[in-house]
Design a protein around this ligand. Structure first.
Ligand code: NAD
Ligand code: ZN
Length: 261
């Protein structure tokens, strides 16, 4: 028996999602790698990803950066060649519109591609950092990632090898981002969980924290996850680049019809 339900978006479910979004007071989105797939960036566990070639626990580990930075940069430059030219897709754009319509107070993203900000979202908490920046662990200077094009591994003006400004395996989530994300999750009355397998901790705690505070959880993913049917109140099955624009369209027509005398 397959655990995957058929690829059908029930109109009733879509209408419920639009209704909940229209009435929420503090909407939050938690996004993951699936949201950027339509921008050409492979997901963590999807087929053909870089992770099949490079074991992330070796090549994306802080110990690798500290002891063999050239090895870490062997993988990083391939990742940056994919991430830097990538453009936001319809899912990123839909979330920008939702923020402008005051339906979303904030986006908590596990993505390190910076595409929410490139698209125009203003309040974005980058849980795992941003690969568009490099950081020096010696003097804390930061640089745009293009610096690796001149020299790889790229170096800081102080001479130290630069690290992508992301949370590597073996590193802690920056405490300010962790605290702010938890605070957003516990204030949220609606959480959109979009394009994440929801298995990478501690980001995977966010939906549970929100749920325990009484939040309504809408999950959007082509496949079920450990949240589906347990933590999620509503599961919209399908790609975010199709479903998020449908929600925006529904919200816009609802706003227009509510205004009509
Ligand atoms: P994941 O790879 O574990 O899961 C991706 C999820 O996206 C899956 O559940 C999959 O079913 C779903 N998906 C596939 N296509 C989709 C689509 N079109 N629309 C919506 N969903 C779709 O990703 P994760 O949960 O974000 O965890 C992976 C970790 O790896 C994160 O911590 C992240 O930092 C990192 N990562 C980031 C990027 C990026 O920045 N774009 C890419 C790969 C990995
Ligand atoms: Zn430095």
């Amino acid at each position: 028996m397959s655990l995957v339900t058929p690829m059908v978006i029930f109109q009733g479910d879509l209408a419920t999602a639009i209704h909940e979004l229209a009435k929420c007071k503090h909407g939050v989105a938690l996004t993951g790698a699936g949201l950027s797939l339509a921008s050409g960036i492979p997901t963590f566990r999807g087929k053909g990803g870089l992770w099949e070639k490079y074991d992330p626990l070796v090549y994306a580990h802080i110990q690798c950066f500290l002891h063999e930075p050239e090895k870490l940069w062997q993988m990083q430059k391939e990742l940056l060649d994919v991430i830097l030219p990538a453009k936001p897709n319809k899912a990123h754009e839909a979330l920008v519109t939702m923020e402008r319509m005051k339906r979303l107070a904030c986006i908590i993203t596990q993505n390190v591609d910076g595409l929410h900000t490139v698209a125009g979202s203003l309040n974005v908490l980058e849980f795992h950092g941003n690969k568009r920046r490099l950081v020096c662990l010696n003097c804390s200077n930061r640089y745009p990632s293009e610096r690796y094009l001149e020299q790889c591994p790229p170096r800081c003006e102080c001479g130290a090898i630069l690290k992508p400004d992301v949370v590597l395996f073996g590193e802690q989530i920056p405490i300010d981002v962790l605290m702010r994300s938890r605070s957003e999750a516990s204030q949220a009355d609606l959480l959109l969980v979009a394009g994440t397998s929801a298995v990478v901790s501690p980001a995977s705690d966010i939906p549970i924290l929100a749920k325990n505070s009484g939040c309504f959880i809408i999950e959007i993913n082509p496949e079920i996850t450990p949240l589906t049917g347990y933590v999620s109140d509503l599961f919209l099955q399908g790609p975010t680049e199709e479903i998020l624009p449908m929600l925006v369209e529904g919200l816009q027509s609802k706003t227009n019809s509510d205004r009509t005398p």
